[in-house]
Structure formats: C-alpha cells, structure tokens
Design a protein. Structure first.
Length: 280
C-alpha cells in the first residue's frame, strides 16, 4: 500500500500534471475499500466499499448525518480516513490531499461553487492557472477563446465570457464551476447538492449538464436530497445510513418509494430492487 507523498510543483505558471486518460472500459476510476472515519465517539463512516466508474452518474443519498459529506471529503482529500484505502490508476493510497486529488483528476463542485464574483467568466475558469505570453503577461485572448470553446462543448449558455459571474444565474454559475473543474483536468466530478436553492428551469439545465458529463465518459458522483432529480440523472443509487453503505443499486432495479424506505429503514423486506453486484 502506498502513502501519498507531497504533490509535485509545476515548473511553469498555469501548468499542472495531466492525470492521464480514463481507465479502460469496465474498470473503476476510483475504488474505496473499508473506509472508516470517526469524530470522537461518533462513527461517521463504518467500512465503506464503493467503486465509481467512468461514464456513469452515481448518486449518493441518505438522511442528514448519514456520512455523505464525510465520504466526499475523503475522496477529495479534505479528510483522512482512519482506516481503509483508495485505489486510483493502479495505485493504492491510504489517503489523499486536496492537491493530490486534483492531480489525479478528482474535482469537487461544492454548493457555494467557490467562484469570485468580481471576476469575469474566463478569469474564474482559469483562476490560478492563467496562461502567460512573453513570460510575464496574462494571455487574456487565449483564456477567452478556450473558455468559449469549453462552455460551448458543455452546452452552457453565457452572454459573454467577459461578464462578471455576479451577474449570472444560478445555473450559469454552476456551468462555470463545472467548466473550471474540467479545465483542471478533472476526470471525476463530484457535485454537492447541485440544484440547491434553484428554480425548476435552472435545475433542469443543471441536471441536463450533469447527465451529459456522464454520457461523455466522466465519472460523476452526486449528493442530493432531491430524489426526483436523482432518478432523472443517475445510473446507480447508493444509500448511506448511519455511516454504512446499505444499498448500491441500479436505478432501473428500484423506484423512489423503495429508495425512501432504504433511507429511513422502513422497507421491512420489500424486495423489488436487487442490490447491484460490485464489479471487480
């Protein structure tokens, strides 16, 4: 097993190590094995085994305190697990750091999106990785051009990449955050409540964007309390309860009523859904 070392620093402003191509078809982008985490006497995660695959949208659902946020913080390197390991690109890690996770292609889009309101769209997409020309000057023309191309590819409608993000709608801001994650060479995108506080129309656009990322080959992990949205975009639904992964099921093998039952522990033997076999 390999312990994570400090990330290597890039030798040129705005450059970073490319995490490489997606793994071969049928192999997970990341596999978590026996992940455990405690906060004092509280068991936040209790032996989580989970694999996230390229080309799939995996939804992580559960009641408040089930362990969802703790799990994505471990995947993104914010927290260290007490036990267990993470496998990526043929290597095994006891834990990640935020910078190492980004190097490996893991990018998280949090609820607050972490955008700088006073900067324009292109500047947010390239934030901290601005390309230079003549070794000293920010290449704004290149930033605008590449931002336009990326947003067009994602089907995100923005009036202009020179518009400050403070003037964008919630759905447009989400699109900018996704574009920045992909510009970071993200291969796995994690969304934490992506439609929180959005209206119906904006939510539909964001859900369409997330679904398209899965169809394009990205590994996508979504946390959401809105089960209607989950069923609109997910390929697999993973239910956490009291820190345990109690169900990992294909969407077509279950329904909303059953998933609610898993979350609140009220199914009492109902067996319409069949637990998805973990692919080896």
């Amino acid at each position: 097993m390999t312990t994570v070392s400090s990330p290597e620093k890039s030798s040129h402003h705005g450059e970073k190590k490319n995490p490489g191509p997606f793994p071969p078809k049928g192999l997970p982008f990341i596999r978590l094995q026996n992940i455990k985490k405690r906060f004092g006497p509280v068991i936040a995660l209790d032996g989580i085994d989970l694999a996230i695959y390229p080309g799939e949208v995996t939804a992580l659902v559960g009641d408040n305190g089930a362990g969802k946020s703790t799990l994505i913080k471990i995947i993104s390197g914010v927290l260290k697990p007490d036990e267990g390991e993470l496998s990526l690109n043929g290597k095994v890690y006891k834990h990640l750091t935020p910078s190492r996770a980004i190097e490996l292609g893991i990018s998280t889009v949090y609820q607050d999106l972490a955008l700088v309101d006073c900067l324009d769209v292109a500047s947010n997409i390239f934030l901290g990785r601005e390309p230079l020309k003549a070794a000293f000057f920010v290449d704004k023309k290149r930033m605008n051009k590449e931002s336009e191309e990326l947003l067009r590819r994602l089907n995100v409608s923005i009036p202009s990449v020179t518009t400050p993000v403070e003037f964008l709608s919630g759905g447009q801001r989400q699109g900018v955050a996704v574009a920045r994650s992909i510009k970071l060479q993200g291969r796995m995108l994690i969304f934490d409540e992506p439609t929180a506080a959005m209206g119906v129309s904006e939510s539909a656009k964001v859900l369409e964007l997330i679904r398209s990322l899965g169809d394009e080959g990205f590994a996508v992990l979504v946390i959401s309390h809105n089960l209607h949205h989950v069923f609109a975009i997910a390929d697999r639904i993973c239910v956490l309860r009291n820190g345990r992964l109690i169900k990992n099921i294909r969407k077509e093998d279950t329904d909303l009523e059953e998933v609610v039952g898993f979350i609140v522990d009220s199914n009492q033997g109902r067996s319409k859904g069949t637990e998805a076999k973990t692919r080896q």
